[in-house]
Design a protein. Sequence first.
Length: 380
Amino acid sequence: MEEKKPQIRVWCDGCYDMVHFGHANSLRQAKALGDYLIVGVHTDEEITKHKGPPVFTEEERYKMVRGIKWVDEVVEGAPYVTTLETLDQYNCDFCVHGDDITMTADGIDTYHLVKAAGRYKEVQRTAGVSTTDLVGRMLLLTRQHFQQGAREYEVGREGPSNMGQDSSARSPWTGCSQFLPTTQKIIQFSDGKPPKPNDKIVYVAGAFDLFHVGHLDFLEQARKQGDYLIVGLHTDPVVNKYRGGNYPIMNLHERVLSVLACKYVSEVVIGAPLVVTKELMDHFKVDIVCHGQTPIQTGGFDDPYAEPKRQGKFKLLDSGNTMTTEKIVERIILHRLEFEARNMRKEKKEIAAYEAYTKAKKEGKVRCCFLQECSSARRL
């Protein structure tokens, strides 16, 4: 009889504020290193102490992390500094984090204990996105990031949108470079499973900008209406036409990955039409089309959902959650000075730590030297 291999249990922890596809990609990579992924999420109090005020409450952040398809378990109120006792308590073999540095208010690497014990593994950070950068996009209140993306749509370029370059962050870790979308990344995020012959197929559509708990609760309700949930995502110019102003905050490629990471979503239509036509419904064999309690965006049309209504296949859902992308932006603007100060403090600490890391690397003493020298960030 073949001996059963022991389950490899992986630990990740973090703030997971404004959960985005970068967080999801890190957790996807962590899950690939083992069999069971446990994610510890810090409290509001701990985050405020070490980084500054979070955008989302801890309850919202717990829910968002639970909604990521690679997460098996969430530990609420995880300690900010990862200890061996924490790993042992949850029977985890090792801790996983991205290849950037996170530090306490005193400038101490939050993973120094598990690193020293050899129970730490790194995965590649997703370049082109960070919570710091997303906050920066909203603080700037500029349409530059959208206009750059829109120009590329208009001229038909195949290159990535330049969203995020208007961020003021200059840290080598959270300063936002270009996000480069690839088919490989989409495949990694997608389940790749077609609907079964007898599956009831549900279709929803929208912007799903700055993917948040309101979206998550709505998609959970939509999934309950059938077996296979397809989400149509509108293009950046279409979203800007009906939302106006600074929207969308995240471009189409970023929104695709954020939605694909949700455990309730089966498939995404990239650049879905605003009007849900008979052809679209026939093509995807849609049984029911759903919409939430937010106003239906007409985009100049009489009723984008006229066809599913005519077929008796339209349903309004009430998830009980009133969160919207606009409300998130309002939170940021309301506490503008606090978030600006938070971004600046974080950037200064990261630059100091990076300089210490670079120096240690040149001297060939990265591990032992870095933990000591990055404490120079304490003065900041």
